[in-house]
Structure formats: C-alpha cells, structure tokens
Design a binder for this molecule. Structure first.
Ligand code: GLN
Length: 497
C-alpha cells in the first residue's frame, strides 16, 4: 500500500518529487483538499489556492527541464501570520491588521520561496505572538488535533496544528519565549528555535526584538534541518542577523559522532540535566516521559551530567518585564496612520490614536503594552527594566557555566500536557507555564522540542534540548539520532484519517 501523500514527511516528499513519483501540483492540491476538509481546527487564516497551484506548476516545470532550485522545490508549506507576505494578507492574528497587505516578503518567506517551497497560506497564532495557547487570536482558537477541545499551545499554535494534523509537512513559526518549542511539544511535533541572529527578523512583525527568532516546525528533526538550511543566514536588512557561517545541517545530522558505535550513536555526548527543570511544578506524567527520554539518550551512549541553572525561576519576571517593554515600543507603530485599522469616528489626533488602539488590540496585547510602558517609565525604569537586564545577563552566564561540563541541556518543554481550551483565565498562571522555555530565549540560545512520549489523556510530551550558541546542527544531530531510535514522532492523532 502506498503512503498517503499527507503522511509523507518533507524529506519523503522531496525524494518523491526528485524520483518523479509525485508532482508539486499533486502534493499541493492534496494539501489544499486536506486543509479544506479540516477547517474545524482553526489552523489557517488565509489559504491561497490559486497562488499555490501556480507556484506548484512552475516548480513542476522547472523539474521537467531538470532545473529544480533544490530539495525544497515544490513542497507545500505554510507561514505563521507573523511573517509578512507579498500578495497575501498578513494580520498577526490582530484586528489591528485586518486586511493589511505587505508590499514585500519577509526575508524568511523570500528565502523559502527562492528555494522553491510552495506557500499554501497563512497560519493562525496568538495576537502579535503574545500567548501560549493560540487563544489570543482575534480570529478564533486553533485546536489540538490530539483532542480538539484542547489548546495546541502558542503562540505558533496553528503552525503546530497544521503539521500535527498533516495538513502540510512543515511550517514556519516564531519563538520569543517558547512559541515554537511549546506548541511543538503539545502537539507531538518537532520544532527548533535557532540561536538569536541565525535567521533574519526582517518582515517578521516585531514583538520583542531582542528575543524574536524564526524557526521551522515539522514532524522530524531531518525536516527541520531541511527548512532551517533555507531560512538561515545573514541579511543586510536585519542588523541583528549574524554573519555566522551556516553549516550543512543535513550533512551534520547524517555524520556519525567521532566516538559513535552502531549501538551507541551518541557515545561521548554529555547531556546536562538541570535540577531546576525537574522539581516542583512539573506534572508527574511529563516528568516520567522526560526521564524516560533521558534514559533513552543514556542507552544511546550519552552521559548524563547533573547541572544547575539557578536563576530558572527568575526568568519569568525577567522575561515578563523585558518582552512587554520591547512590545510597548514596537507596537507604538500601530497608530491608525501607518498600518491597518483606524477608528471610524474620532475627534482630534489623540482621540484617533486612543480609539484606534482601543478597538484594534485585544486584551492580552493591551495588558503587555501597559506593563511595558510602566516598567520603562521614569522612576520605575531602574527598579524593573534595568534590574531585569542585569538578571538576563546572569541567566546567560549560568548557561555558559553549564556548557563547561555538558554539550547539550535536556529537560521538559512545558510543565504539563495540553490543557482544555478556555480553562485558564489567570494571565499570571499562564505566564508561569513558560518557565522552561524562557531561560534559553533570554540567553539567545538555540532550543528544540522533540516528541518523547505521552502523558495524561494520551497527549504528547516534548523533550527540550538546548545547545550553545550556533549549535543548531548539534541539536538536530541529537534529535535525529533520538528519532532513529524511537517512534514518538511517527505517532499520529488517531481521530484524523
Ligand atoms: N508565551 C510567551 C508569551 O506569551 C511566549 C510567546 C512567544 O514566544 N512568542 O510571551
């Protein structure tokens, strides 16, 4: 029996395109049909069937004359609606940007286009990427395919849903404080947040500019490697993108470690286990799956090393000062003049600003703007913002101390499995659930989530792997090895055919 097109990974689709077993038009049409059949998941904010099929036909034409752009040529993908796209609406899931069309493509979008990937549409997310449940979208919730009454996580919630439900094999997401890793964990897929500066932020609608990073979400580490290859690299339009050489990720993940044996592919790898990631607050099911994954890494030859990241808890107040501070500044551009929404009726200019922003922003975005404005205000700046900056540096230093004794750090992504939609009304309690993803974000380190088992109600659990700066290839190598030895990433939500 041949595998259904939607069950193919990105790498398999790429192989089938190369061997002529399928075409981009066939893959794209199949994705469009599946997207249309699963609108109940709330994944897509915009589907561009005509544009996608035209791009697919162009890809097939290139291939017919033996000139595909590369391994991604012809594979259907979708973008988080935080990335601006030329010719398609971009909303950041906000009323503020309803109907907005960007005159250009985000660099990441342009890179993937240049690699031949076909954009089928734009994905739901939390408004301006603020949230962890996809419940803050102005356009409705996205639903977890493992249980459609539960959240898929956020803010790249629908990017995770689309992959988990096999609507497309891969998507883009963004991660400011966990928004790729946490939804990947809660939906049983693989996602990587690269080192800050690895991917260009140009055309990624800014939330907290010193933290925001783009990254791929897919079913396997191999697929993430393929996508990250195209998304990485210096961009003169983003002064914070790095002039770091981009390794051949695919080559690295397929190259055995120096000390590897067939039975022990991870021999020589030192895995740091931070005690703060295994304490109070982590639910028993997540702990059990995470510990089992650590034991698996050990079986594969890795050595577990006890480490400490003593300021883990402080990463919550530090992040929830710095991120809103930056957001309050970034979001000042949405004033009814330059972009998107403007109130229909107003008095003077100030009244226009006030009404436009009151109407355009949702409650969580307003909360962050108010917190951010407060912590930056004269008289409070030193007490909050400056203190937070100092602690951020110490959190980064703690990681450097840890990386003296280990190569990769492992722990849970989320303290619990996906909760029911609508079950959390306390914003602070929601913020606390970011405890394990915020430290790497504040330090600017790469981190990923790899499916590692199931917890309560048969819901997926993700293993977080954190690497040192520019070590995405190492993370992907470890994750790929783990996925060669386990099949958690192959499990599928059974309710979906
Ligand atoms: N949940 C975090 C927040 O709401 C992270 C969001 C993100 O990474 N974009 O800020």
């Amino acid at each position: 029996m041949s595998t259904a097109l939607h069950d193919l990974t990105l790498a398999e689709q790429s192989q089938q395109l190369a061997s002529g077993q399928t075409t981009s038009v066939a893959l794209t049409q199949h994705a469009l049909d599946r997207i249309a059949a699963h609108t109940e998941l709330g994944a897509f904010l915009h589907v561009d069937a005509a544009g996608a099929l035209a791009a697919a036909a162009a890809s097939d034409a290139r291939r017919a004359v033996g000139q595909p752009f590369g391994p991604l040529d012809g594979v259907p993908i979708a973008h988080k609606d935080i990335f601006v796209t030329h010719g398609l609406p971009t909303t950041a899931a906000s009323k503020m940007l309803k109907g907005y069309q960007s005159p250009f493509d985000a660099t990441v979008v342009a890179q993937l286009k240049a690699a031949g990937a076909v954009t089928v549409g734009k994905l739901n997310c939390d408004e301006f990427a603020m949230g962890g449940a996809n419940e803050n979208s102005a356009y409705g919730v996205a639903r977890n395919p493992w249980d459609t009454n539960r959240i898929p996580g956020g803010s790249s919630g629908a990017s995770a849903v689309a992959v988990s439900a096999r609507l497309v094999a891969a998507t883009t997401g963004t991660d400011t404080g966990g928004s790729i890793r946490q939804p990947a964990a809660l939906t049983g897929i693989t996602g990587i947040k690269p080192t800050y500066g690895r991917c260009s932020r140009y055309g990624m609608i800014a939330f907290a500019s010193s933290l925001d990073q783009a990254g791929p979400m897919a079913r396997t580490a191999e697929d993430c490697a393929m996508l990250l290859q195209a998304m990485s690299g210096f961009d003169q339009c983003d002064a914070t993108s790095a002039q770091e050489p981009v390794p051949d990720f695919m080559a690295v993940i397929n190259t055995p470690r120096a000390e590897a044996t067939t039975a022990q592919p991870l021999k020589g790898l030192r895995v740091g286990v931070p005690k703060e990631f295994f304490g109070e607050g982590v639910s028993a099911d997540v702990l059990a799956a995470t510990r089992a994954a650590l034991a698996q890494l050990e079986t594969m030859g890795a050595t577990l090393v006890n480490i400490s990241l003593p300021r883990t808890e402080l990463s919550i107040p530090v992040y929830y000062i710095i991120a809103p501070a930056e957001a309050s500044s970034n979001l000042s551009r949405f004033d009814g003049v330059k972009f998107g929404h403007r109130a229909a009726k107003y008095g003077d200019l100030n009244d226009m600003y006030r009404k436009t922003r009151a109407e355009g922003f949702g409650a969580e975005v307003k909360r962050r703007i108010m917190i951010g404005t407060y912590v930056l205000s004269h008289g409070y700046y030193d007490a909050y913002y400056l203190q937070a900056q100092k602690l951020r540096r110490m959190i980064a230093d703690d990681f450097q101390a840890a990386f003296k004794v280990c190569d990769v750090i492992a722990g849970p992504v989320s303290p619990s499995v996906a909760r029911p939609i609508g079950s959390q009304t306390d914003p602070v309690a929601e913020y606390l659930a970011d405890i394990f993803t915020l430290p790497a974000s504040l330090a600017g380190l790469p981190g990923m989530s790899v499916p590692c088992g199931f917890g309560e109600h048969g819901l997926p659990v993700g293993l977080q792997l954190i690497g040192n700066y520019w070590q995405e290839a190492g993370l992907l190598h470890t994750a790929h090895a783990f996925q060669q030895a386990t099949d958690w990433h192959q499990r599928r939500p059974t309710s979906l055919s």
